[in-house]
Design a protein around this ligand. Structure first.
Ligand code: AMP
Length: 190
């Protein structure tokens, strides 16, 4: 099994590119954000906890998302690999992922990072808010908290995966098609 991590700041276009990636490489897409939004819509206890954190632009606890990922790995069959979108988002999550995969003598295949500057993050998320109506895209304050959270908690993963020789970056500024080509050029190496 291949385990690709789709990395990048909020608004980088991970969701958009994930669709093309899963199709082309026969992967199962796991978006922890989408799974959490499903829990919120279903009105579960976990959804209630997630809602209060997501709406402020904060992360949900590591254990919650780690368990979600483990469940998906256990239940999904018939694919060549997984595309993790929005996970891991902290160093403890990355360590938990390594430990999870080590149980079956597996490891992360590659981290594909879509990189865009902070100014573009704000623009893209505001555009997405008009189309998708996500609660956490609604205000500049929440978006700023998410950008700050990204820099403080998620960005250290760049060094983590660079040290592991698994970090590959695609410039995320350009047309959807151009960015897709950059990503596929990276993925074709694995
Ligand atoms: P996303 O759809 O990836 O932008 O995620 C939306 C929100 O869900 C994030 O701002 C977090 O509050 C929460 N979330 C998604 N994935 C994770 C994760 N791996 N760890 C913690 N919180 C997450």
């Amino acid at each position: 099994m291949k385990y690709y991590i789709l990395f990048g700041p909020p608004g980088a276009g991970k969701g958009t590119q994930a669709t093309a990636m899963v199709e082309n490489y026969n992967l199962h897409h796991i978006s922890t954000g989408a799974l959490l939004r499903k829990e919120i819509a279903a009105g579960t206890e976990l959804g209630a906890l997630a809602k209060s954190l997501i709406e402020k632009g904060n992360l949900v606890p590591d254990e919650v998302v780690v368990e979600m990922i483990e469940n998906e790995f256990k239940t999904v069959r018939g694919v060549d690999g997984f595309l993790l979108d929005g996970f891991p988002r902290t160093i403890p999550q990355a360590i938990a992922l390594d430990e999870m995969l080590a149980k079956t003598s597996e490891s992360v295949t590659a981290t594909v990072s879509i990189m865009i500057p902070d100014e573009v993050v704000m623009e893209r998320i505001k555009g997405r808010a008009l189309k998708e109506g996500r609660a956490d895209d609604a205000s500049e304050d929440i978006i700023n908290t998410r950008i700050a959270t990204y820099h403080a908690q998620t960005e250290p993963l760049i060094e983590f995966y660079t040290k592991a020789g698994k970090y590959h970056e695609a410039d995320g500024v350009g047309s959807i098609e151009e960015i897709k080509d950059r990503i596929f050029t990276i993925m074709d190496r694995f």
